[in-house]
Design a protein around this ligand. Structure first.
Ligand SMILES: *Cc1c(COP(=O)(O)O)cnc(C)c1O
Length: 395
């Protein structure tokens, strides 16, 4: 596509963009979606072509028209210079960290990060002499005081996994860039639809495509996008690993993308309605949802985000474990399981205390995370209402 046309498309609103991005029907006989290209070897007509680096595709590990369509689409949506696809969200995290790390480096990682991120830093990067220091997610511009000469990257995740703290990403990015430190964001919760990661100052942005991009709990996928400063280094590191995704998964993700704006809007609306209802319940001590005015970081959320997705947490008032288990086990519409962002509602008991190191997690009672799906809100509320009866020992 001409850069003029691409520029015009980039200016479209998000709901339009997700239907248009990455499409080039007339490269594929007019079919609306790119076909699934399977392939390892790519043939060159002549030695001159082989030597001339003129072909857009050279080998399967470097991508196919199917994977390229998704990469291009995501770059448009995220406002990025480039995007690479990897087999899971966690692989996206490790690739981003490896792009911005070297032996002897120092990393700053938010204490609210997805806990497998910590496991990768402490269990793998540490073996290569990389030191990870965890910081209070509320640190904001104060991150400057933690930056050392050997610091290569700051990782932010906003809101934090399970605990939902909103970070001052622009302030952190400004402080990091003053010292030429790379800013990596795990943007899975908001997606670029609700938080434009590169516009807010992040160099590398991670999305677990497993969640809202796929939207149907049927694939694992990770994406890392980069701004112009980091695009070359990201692509180079990606090529060294050749850790790509299948064309089938890329095609499914593209299909998910076409309804992503609609799903996010509905799931976000339903989640907020349920969160507001939960906040009125006597059994609930606190609702951790950035769009609720009482939430710490609500003002930052209002300033930097254009919406909220369908995941939030609650802290129950103290209750015996068997009662909480009965609440959860008896739910008919909420599955108990990891991951989120699919069309079906999920619930997960959690405890951040065991892995926090820079801050303390001291909830009033048991904590639950919800991912709200596309069911009718009235049915979800009825299901939860029956759960509260079990919690009170009346069910
Ligand atoms: C789920 C998740 C990931 C990892 O994605 P997978 O595809 O399951 O590996 C990364 N970051 C966050 C915030 C997540 O919730």
């Amino acid at each position: 596509m001409s850069s003029d046309k691409l520029e015009k498309r980039r200016k479209k609103r998000m709901a339009t963009l997700v239907t248009q991005a990455g499409r080039a029907p007339f490269d594929h006989f007019g079919f609306v979606n790119p076909p699934v290209y399977r392939g390892s070897t790519v043939l060159f007509p002549t030695v001159a072509d082989l030597e001339g680096l003129r072909q857009p595709y050279t080998y399967g590990t470097k991508g196919t028209p199917t994977t390229r369509a998704l990469e291009t689409a995501w770059s448009e949506i995220a406002g990025a210079a480039d995007t690479v696809l990897v087999p899971s969200g966690l692989a996206a995290i490790s690739l981003a960290l490896l792009t911005a790390t070297k032996a002897g480096a120092h990393l700053l990682v938010t204490d609210s990060a997805y806990s497998p991120t910590r496991a990768f830093c402490d269990g793998f990067l540490a073996r290569f002499g990389v030191t990870t220091q965890y910081y209070d997610p509320a640190i904001g511009a104060g991150i400057a005081a933690l930056i050392r000469p050997e610091t290569t990257a700051v990782l932010v995740e906003s809101p934090g996994s399970q605990s939902m703290e909103v970070q001052d990403v622009p302030a952190i990015a400004a402080a990091a860039h003053e010292k030429a430190v790379c800013v990596i964001i795990d943007n899975t919760w908001a997606t670029p639809l609700y938080f434009p990661p590169h516009e807010r100052g992040c160099d590398l942005a991670i999305e677990a495509g497993t969640k809202y991009l796929s939207g149907h709990s049927d694939i694992l996928l990770g994406l890392v996008s980069a701004n112009p400063r980091w695009a070359k280094r990201l692509r180079h590191t990606f090529n060294l690993f050749a850790m790509g995704v299948s064309p089938d998964d890329a095609a499914l993700a593209l299909r998910g993308m076409r309804t992503m704006s609609l799903r996010l809007k509905e799931q976000g609306r339903a989640a907020l309605e349920i969160a507001q209802w939960l906040a009125t319940r006597a059994e609930v001590a606190r609702v951790l949802h950035p769009a609720l005015p009482g939430h710490p970081g609500h003002d930052l959320w209002k300033r930097d985000f254009s919406g909220a997705s369908g995941v939030f947490s609650i802290i129950l008032n103290p209750a015996p474990k068997p009662a909480v288990d009965a609440f959860v086990d008896g739910l008919e519409l909420f599955g108990i399981g990891y991951s989120w962002g699919g069309y079906e509602s999920l619930v997960l008991p959690f405890d951040c205390a065991p892995y926090r190191t820079a801050t303390r997690w001291t909830p009033e009672g048991p904590a639950l995370r919800f991912s709200i799906g596309l069911e009718d809100v009235a049915d979800l509320k009825e299901d939860l209402e029956a759960g509260f009866e079990r919690l009170r020992g009346e069910g």
